[in-house]
Design a protein around this ligand. Sequence first.
Ligand SMILES: Nc1nc2c(c(=O)[nH]1)N[C@@H](CN(C=O)c1ccc(C(=O)N[C@@H](CCC(=O)O)C(=O)O)cc1)CN2
Length: 284
Amino acid sequence: MTNVINGRKIAKQLNKETKTRVDKLKKEKGIIPGIAVILVGDNPASVIYTRNKHRTAEKLGMKSILRKFPKDVSQAEVLQAIHHYNDDPTIHAILIQLPLPKHLNQTELIEAIAPEKDVDGFNSKNVGKLYNNENGHYPVSCTARGIMTLLHSYLDKIEGKNVTIIGRSILVSRPLQSLLINENATVTMVSLHTDNIDYYTKHADILVVAAGKPNLIKKDQVKLGATVIDVGINRMANHHLVGDVDCDDVKEVAENITPVPGGVGPMTIATLMQQTVDLAEWNK
Ligand SMILES: Nc1nc2c(c(=O)[nH]1)N[C@@H](CN(C=O)c1ccc(C(=O)N[C@@H](CCC(=O)O)C(=O)O)cc1)CN2
């Protein structure tokens, strides 16, 4: 029997736990976790995601600022906002919504965020700590951490598992590779350029697909009993959302599978909330 992983339910439970932590921080330390989300332009998906982040943070009792800039804003103006929030003691978490318009230097902006407020974990200091499997506290990619939460909910152990990740992004695939390696999984990174990609997908106990190609993966490419994590969110012409995995087909062979929508996506925002409270606790 295949488990269709309910990301919405697990995200709801995580938000409940986060709310309890927010209330405790307020009561015991007088600290209200604060997040500043920077949105440049009017990309429709980014507008929805940042609104959801803002609303969820407020619902959980946090301070939340959604700072919007027009699409032609200068690099200097965005940098100035980042410096402002770096210096604001009521803000514990700063995030720049991606993608950014092409004229902006994404790397410079991410590097300008104080590492202890870099709630996305994209700053090179935090990426380096994750890569080195350093002890101590540091933020990591919210989607990657959210996927680890899903895997831990459905699998007894990750150690020793063969994992194939299709994708190479700094947003999800690379940090997820490090998180999995740090838990002693064997991780193979492939892409749409890989020769004989089916060889790698068929050998995976855990298959993570972050390729950005609707319905790329079918059941004949998946090992019997595998756990399949679909990171793809493809908006079709009829406005339907479709993942990178043909869920109805792959369900016939997978033991666990995430649907789209309702799988990995909701975990990204719940993990962002979780990590905002982490930052408020770590840096109090
Ligand atoms: N700075 C960042 N930018 C982006 C990130 C990120 O983690 N940090 N991730 C994505 C977008 N994203 C959050 O920002 C995100 C994507 C999807 C969902 C989600 O809940 N998806 C739903 C479907 C919702 C819909 O699109 O209609 C689902 O899959 O069920 C939340 C957040 C890129 N940018």
